[in-house]
Design a protein around this ligand. Structure first.
Ligand code: GLU
Length: 267
């Protein structure tokens, strides 16, 4: 049986709810314990890739545009463009290692050549002890800004760079058997052996104006990753205890088991 604790390469997806808890701008409030976990992984010789949202929220904080207003797609793209440099500075404040920006689109990942180039760049950055920080290239894609979603981007990046763990950091504890916002007695599902249609049925759509995903896209990402042999955790990145537990190799949130035993494949 695989165990997510024995990972060598982790992709950590950080959503806008963590970076911009006020709905705009950017804050380190919830990133400090996450950064401490990244340091811990690096010290143990593990590779860490971050997929970070938050460019639109950062751009909105720097300008007079509020995300509660109805913004056009070009306006959101412009905010992403303004916010992205700020987002990178924000991450760089948390690490001594170089934070290296990579902006990708769906078509980059679908092109064999560009995908290979991106993979080589990421691996070279990791060999230089830099931390790749990946976001969607929002200024050149329209669909992705409308539907979202860095959750699926993170899963595709994890598959592309042969990660063995994907951690999706959210502002909820994980997958519940009912919507926890509307059901007091909703129970967290700590372990999903295999993602079924019933799991998608219980995951509602997002109601957060700055997060484009929601539990549906997190589940899609978890399914894509676990089908590709990558253990996936959906965790509450706002909870300091989450990263303390991960540092102690204890599970937290919902663990979606990899559907491929890579060890037996390799062996
Ligand atoms: N790429 C968008 C941003 O950085 C967010 C996409 C998402 O949250 O899934 O603001």
């Amino acid at each position: 049986m695989q165990d997510f604790c024995h990972f060598q390469k982790v992709v950590i997806k950080v959503g806008s709810a963590l970076i911009a808890p006020e709905g705009r701008g950017s804050s380190v409030r919830y990133l400090l314990s996450l950064a401490d976990f990244v340091h811990h992984c690096l010290q143990q010789g593990k590779d860490v890739v971050i997929v970070s949202s938050g460019s639109v929220a950062a751009g909105s904080g720097l300008t007079n545009h509020h995300l509660a207003q109805k913004l056009s797609i070009p306006q959101k793209q412009a905010l992403a463009s303004i916010g992205q440099t700020h987002l990178m500075q924000h991450w760089q404040k948390l690490f001594d290692n170089h934070c290296a920006q990579i902006l990708l689109t769906r078509s980059d990942l679908e092109s064999l050549q560009r995908r290979a180039n991106a993979k080589n760049t990421i691996n070279t950055l990791l060999s230089m002890q830099a931390i790749p920080i990946i976001n969607e290239n929002d200024s050149v894609v329209v669909d992705e800004l409308v539907v979202g979603d860095n959750d699926n981007l993170a899963a595709q990046v994890a598959e592309m760079c042969n990660a063995d763990l994907l951690i999706i950091c959210s502002d909820v504890e994980g997958l519940f058997d009912k919507n926890p916002k509307t059901h007091d007695k909703a129970q967290l599902i700590p372990l999903v052996e295999k993602i079924e249609d019933s799991h998608f049925a219980i995951a509602g759509a997002t109601d957060n104006p700055i997060a484009t995903g929601g539990m549906q896209t997190k589940l899609q990402a978890a399914k894509f990753a676990s089908d590709a042999g990558i253990d996936t955790l959906i965790v509450n990145g706002r909870n300091v205890e989450t990263f303390e537990r991960l540092k102690r190799n204890q599970t937290t949130g919902t663990w979606f088991k990899s559907q491929i035993n890579k060890e037996s494949h390799n062996g």
